[in-house]
Design a protein around this ligand. Structure first.
Ligand code: PGA
Length: 250
């Protein structure tokens, strides 16, 4: 198991230059807390934020990358470009990419390979929709996403997996403790069987994490971090989540 929680803030399509002040304040205030903190701003802010965060412990990451290293792909961003802009992590397979951009698991796996080639540490997201949960399909859906989105190259590389029930993202609904524990046990078992027990990525939970529930989520067995969307956009909302990791055991 990792020794410190990873608290990751995914800004999604939010943030302009003025938002760099938020990153600066998060970096300053995080120093007194135990968690590793990562910020995933829109790509337009990456180089500027890298400058702002220089000399701090905050990890910088991209929100997606293309599966190819370079080429004629209008509007896309390669993993190497993220790296060049100052990123060391990248979120892949987020439900807003899987559903909003119709990205299948096989494409997510190719993006993970591209991220590894560029030396980025991927956070790979999986999660079931409400229909799938209500249809009793949660376990098969998560199992398939794990099998098809994680390439073999991960065996000897650092990576993270984030369980994000689609119905909990941006809705204010959070999965119950039992639902999170069931999903995490499945993920842990799968990773042990496929890659060996020595592979110990952070397992994050994402979906409506906020100050009022972060302590409870982070204290759950096997949860070693959180991927936070809406509540990572302001210092007031994000800092209590970072602070919640101080008291929760990893
Ligand atoms: P949310 O988003 O915290 O706004 O629900 C989580 C995510 O999409 O990672």
């Amino acid at each position: 198991m990792p020794h410190r929680h990873l608290i990751a803030g995914n800004w999604k399509m939010n943030g302009v230059k003025a938002s760099l002040a938020v990153a600066e304040a998060i970096a300053a205030q995080s120093r007194s807390h135990s968690a590793r903190v990562a910020l995933f701003p829109p790509a337009t802010l990456l180089p500027l934020m890298a400058d702002v965060l220089k000399g701090t412990d905050i990890i910088l990451g991209g929100q997606d990358c293309h599966h190819a290293d370079s080429g004629a792909y209008t509007g896309d961003i390669s993993a190497a470009m993220l790296k060049d802009a100052g990123a060391s992590m990248v979120i892949l397979g987020h439900s807003e990419r899987r559903h909003g951009h119709l990205e299948p698991c096989a494409l997510v796996a190719r993006k993970v390979q591209a991220a590894l080639r560029a030396g980025l540490e991927p956070i790979i997201c999986i999660g079931e929709t409400l229909d799938q949960r209500q249809g009793g399909l949660t376990i098969p859906v998560l199992s398939r996403q794990l099998a098809d989105s994680l390439p073999d190259e991960l065996a000897d590389r650092p990576f993270q997996v984030s369980y994000e029930p689609v119905w909990a993202i941006g809705t204010g609904l959070i999965a119950s403790d039992a639902q999170i524990l069931e999903a995490f046990a499945l993920i842990r078992r799968y990773l042990d069987q496929r890659f060996g027990a020595h592979v110990a990525p952070h397992l994050l939970y994402g979906g409506s994490v906020k100050a009022s529930n972060a302590g409870q989520v982070l204290a759950l067995e096997g949860v070693s971090g959180a991927l936070v969307g809406g509540a990572s956009l302001t210092v007031e909302d994000f800092m209590p989540i970072i602070a919640a990791a101080d008291i929760a055991p990893v």
